[in-house]
Design a protein around this ligand. Structure first.
Ligand code: NAD
Length: 320
């Protein structure tokens, strides 16, 4: 009989963490999955501890006390927020990862997941169908920290045999949890605005295409890569992962099919330059070949699902 892993999700209150904890609990059992974050939850969310990932001793104590075998390390400062405070972004993103990798080296945990991002690419990377192995010259501190993190992951795998697995997430969109200060946040906000009948102010230009993914796909990929046999994970930096690609105008038009009176205005800000340094689409053939990855959502399917899920959420809010 297979024993369920005991899992810790660091950064469990974030946009991805909330969704990942819920899916992991459905799959492995409620008490098998523990959340931790710097911020305390507002309401009861099941087993949770308030821990700073920069405090390695506290993290180690928690892992040992709870008998944790697998770690999902999601705590980070994201791209747009990182540009406001580059020193903090470097400190949290690098030191947090190194603490977790060291716990792997010490044998405190067996398996680690850590996400990278399409932000590792830069202005000289090919923009269309960006390959797995290509020029990576990120311009943001966030991208620089993710690229350095990928090299650290490879180093810990090759030098110490730490079983660390990683995905370069594109921009993630889902009905649950608000985004935490990234350059693709507009693609979540636009669905909320569509349901509150307010016009949407977009901080990117209408034709800026970026790689995106529906949250359910991202969570499935995250759990799949962690459950894949060790020998299948041949890339130990981070796997390219593709879902769909669209521009603000394209997502706006897909929403207008359901809400014809919806309005949009464009006022690009500093995030436009970040978006322009990133790819428009991603080649994820290695993820497909090594551990069977295939996205299930395209833009029309995601729009339909987002509007349905969010309208349920807003009708509950209105009736309460
Ligand atoms: P988020 O900002 O929504 O959540 C991050 C969580 O980490 C927050 O709840 C925050 O309180 C917590 N945190 C921050 N500093 C901490 C610390 N020192 N100790 C403990 N917790 C701390 O981010 P997210 O969107 O959920 O992203 C999770 C991971 O996925 C990050 O590594 C991010 O870089 C990566 N990623 C996200 C996206 C996306 O579109 N959301 C895209 C690419 C990569």
């Amino acid at each position: 009989m297979q024993v369920s892993p005991k899992i810790l999700v660091i950064g469990s209150r974030g946009q991805i963490g909330q969704n990942l904890v819920e899916s992991l609990r459905e799959r492995f059992g409620y008490d098998q999955v523990i959340g931790c974050d710097l911020r305390k939850p507002a309401a009861e969310v099941g087993p949770f501890y308030q821990v700073d990932v920069l405090d390695k001793d506290a993290l180690k104590r928690l892992i040992e006390e709870q008998g944790i075998t697998e770690l999902y390390h999601l705590a980070a400062i994201l791209s747009a927020k990182g540009e406001e405070n580059p020193q903090l972004a470097w400190e949290v993103n690098m030191k947090g990862l190194l603490n977790v990798l060291e716990l792997g080296r010490e044998g405190v945990v067996e398996k680690i997941f850590w996400p990278s991002s399409i932000a590792v690419f830069g202005p000289n990377s090919p923009q269309e169908m960006t390959p797995q192995h290509t020029i990576t010259d990120p311009t943001t501190i966030y991208g620089i920290s993710k690229l350095a993190g990928e090299r650290w992951c490879t180093y810990y795998w090759e030098k110490y045999g730490v079983d660390v697995r990683s995905i370069r997430y594109p921009g993630l969109i889902g009905p649950k949890g608000l985004p935490g200060g990234g350059t693709t946040d507009y693609a979540v906000d636009i669905y909320h605005k569509a349901l509150t009948s307010a016009p949407f102010e977009c901080f990117l230009e209408k034709d800026t295409r970026l790689p995106m993914m529906y949250m359910d796909d991202a969570i499935r990929a995250t759990i799949d890569i962690m459950q894949a046999p060790k020998e299948n994970i041949r890339i130990r930096s981070s796997y390219n992962l593709a879902g769909m690609s669209f521009s603000p105008e394209e997502v706006f038009e897909s929403i207008r099919k359901h809400h014809p009176s919806f309005q949009i205005n464009y006022s690009p800000d500093y995030r436009q330059a970040i978006a322009e340094s990133w790819p428009a689409s991603i080649d994820d053939k290695y993820a497909n070949k090594d551990w069977g990855w295939k996205a299930a959502y395209d833009l029309p399917k995601m729009t339909e699902t987002m509007l349905r899920e969010l309208s349920h959420h807003y009708s509950i809010k209105i009736t309460n």
